[in-house]
Design a protein around this ligand. Structure first.
Ligand SMILES: Cc1cc2nc3c(=O)[nH]c(=O)nc-3n(C[C@H](O)[C@H](O)[C@H](O)COP(=O)(O)OP(=O)(O)OC[C@H]3O[C@@H](n4cnc5c(N)ncnc54)[C@H](O)[C@@H]3O)c2cc1C
Ligand code: SF4
Length: 515
């Protein structure tokens, strides 16, 4: 049996296509793809619906402007309600994996233990997840990227941490025959990245998956606490507008794999929120960055975007949130994204781009008792509203991260750092670092961004405080599952994709049993 992929123009309006299936999966990213391949392999009839387009290597032209437009949610301009946090999130067949920077970590044991202790999630420990991780690591070629292959941007982390005596380690990446080009965020032009469209979705299509790309699910229809239909609309790829062609799928089991933010929003639009918990505990790993200028060329736009990290500060003691350190690629659009100045100041900053190394502090949100992250809700017109307050402990974490990133840059030989505040602080020596304490880190006082959206459909055993059970099944609608990063009750303290792959691999049996 072999499957089929419908893309936008295949469904022309005004028509209504009706389909039935065993499982309908909404979303084709890290969670949806791994799940789909396993279900098709078990002989089930699976339909997958993805609002983004189906692109492959020949579509990826290394151009940031094209990539943001085609491959990111809201054309790369998604943000929280006050525009204080920029949200980079994928939107194409493959979801975030088409554009992600390929960093892979298994879920830290301490996080799984926290989920058990604080959120009551049993049966999800490192040993249970091990065979699932081993399987995805094999399929996706997840392996360590050697220190020798790291670009100069990442070597700043290596050099700085070694001089300071901090923890530092090479990262694992899901690549095969990677050309070290540095363009992961624009879609891999040589298919070295083992993204979902190239791996699990291809496997699933070969085994019989029916995939509708350029098709947005508008509503999940329920009756007597059962999903009875999924209502979707075909989209015109260029304008993003609905073409008038409709798709109605009547599945035995429905799965939301739309990712954090969109997944909770779909449940809210469908009126599926019996305990009011949908959209709550949305986590972002909020990021502050610090560019450092070096005399030598860094050229952070070339080479694997991330290859070295430091987990020196993941545990800062009671009452404090931890953070971890990674690098950011330094392409022009992403550079201007972070830079808050205009005109001549921006021109001067861009003129130094090739000599800039950008290091990031990613805050581990959701672990402190007072930290329940942000909230996804709907505006009156149905559009998504993301609210994420910067509480005092978070501002303190941003400041501490900046202090440590400045120490790192100085140790690695930076000539100067320029913070991204509206009124920047220039740091040239250790004595300048203390001046960071006079800067503010609230919303819109310093650029914050996220590429790791998690939570919003939190997992847990309690029907009143969580959305799905530890087996991903909705507490109130037994033929609805959520399989993506939205089920995490906290953030992870590591990049999330491999946890999502592993949990989706584990969820295959649970979903199949419900058919
Ligand atoms: C620039 C960038 C870099 C990143 N780098 C890394 C990294 O190096 N390592 C790492 O671990 N993680 C990284 N991530 C994050 C990682 O890719 C995501 O955490 C992961 O892909 C999330 O998986 P998911 O299954 O939850 O959702 P996604 O992968 O986001 O998939 C959800 C899919 O559902 C679709 N969808 C949503 N709503 C609907 C609807 N109503 N109808 C139909 N389809 C819908 C979306 O278009 C999307 O394709 C990065 C992300 C970005 C954006
Ligand atoms: S760095 Fe490797 S995986 Fe990323 S785009 Fe280049 S070749 Fe592809």
């Amino acid at each position: 049996m072999s499957g089929k992929c419908y893309i936008g123009p295949d469904l022309q309006g005004p028509t209504t296509l009706k389909e039935t299936c065993d499982v309908c999966i909404i979303g084709s990213g890290a969670g949806g793809a791994v799940l789909a391949a396993g279900l098709v392999e078990r002989g089930l009839k699976v339909i997958m619906i993805e609002e983004g387009g189906y692109y492959t290597k020949d579509d990826f032209d290394l151009n940031e402007a094209h990539a943001f437009d085609k491959l990111y949610q809201d054309r790369g301009l998604r943000a929280t309600a006050e525009l204080g946090i920029s949200i980079l999130q994928g939107r194409s067949v493959g979801g975030g994996t088409t554009v992600n920077w390929t960093t892979c970590f298994r879920t830290p044991d301490r996080i799984l233990k926290h989920w058990e202790r604080v959120h009551g999630i049993e049966g999800l420990d490192s040993e249970t997840l091990r065979p699932h991780f081993e399987s995805v690591e094999k399929r996706l070629g997840i392996a360590e990227w050697p220190f020798e292959s790291a670009n100069a941007n990442n070597k700043v982390i290596l050099d700085g941490c070694r001089k300071l005596g901090w923890d530092v380690a090479p990262l694992k990446r899901n690549v095969r025959s990677c050309a070290n080009s540095g363009y992961c965020g624009m879609g891999c032009p040589v298919s070295a990245k083992q993204a979902m469209h190239k791996t699990y979705i291809q496997d699933a299509l070969e085994a019989g998956l029916l995939l509708f790309a350029d098709t947005r699910v508008k509503r999940i229809e329920t009756k007597n606490n059962r999903v009875v239909a999924i209502h979707a609309q075909a989209l015109d790829r260029e304008s993003g507008k609905e073409t008038g062609a409709k798709l109605i799928v009547e599945p035995k089991v429905a799965v939301s794999s739309c990712g954090a933010i969109n997944g909770p929003a779909l449940l809210l639009r469908s009126g599926i929120n019996p305990n009011g918990r949908v959209g709550k505990r949305t986590m972002l790993h909020p990021v502050v960055g610090l560019p450092g200028i070096y005399d030598k060329p860094i050229r952070g736009f070339y080479g694997a975007p991330q290859s070295i990290s430091s987990h020196q500060f993941v545990d800062r003691g009671e009452g404090k949130a931890g953070f971890f350190i990674e690098a950011s690629p330094v392409h022009p659009v992403i550079g201007t994204f972070a830079f808050s100045g205009f005109g001549a100041a921006q021109r001067d900053f861009m003129a130094t781009l090739a000599h800039n190394a950008v290091v990031l502090g990613l805050t581990i949100d959701g672990l402190l008792p007072e930290d329940d992250g942000g909230t996804v809700s709907l505006r009156a017109d149905g559009r998504i509203h993301v609210d994420y307050p910067i509480r005092p402990f978070m501002a303190e974490t941003f400041l501490e991260a900046h202090i440590r990133l400045a120490e790192l840059h100085l140790a690695a030989g930076a000539r100067e750092m320029r913070t991204l505040h509206t009124e920047p602080l220039f740091i040239r020596s250790t004595s300048d670092i203390e001046k960071l304490r006079d800067k503010s880190y609230g919303l819109l006082e310093h650029p914050i961004f996220t590429a790791h959206q998690m939570g919003g459909c939190a997992m847990g055993p309690d029907k009143e405080t969580s959305v799905v059970g530890p087996n991903h099944q909705h507490h109130h609608i037994p033929n609805l599952f959520v399989v993506d990063g939205s089920v995490f009750p906290t953030s992870l303290g590591v990049n999330p994709s491999q946890t999502i792959y592993g949990m989706a691999h584990r969820a295959r049996d649970f979903v199949a049993e419900a058919v």
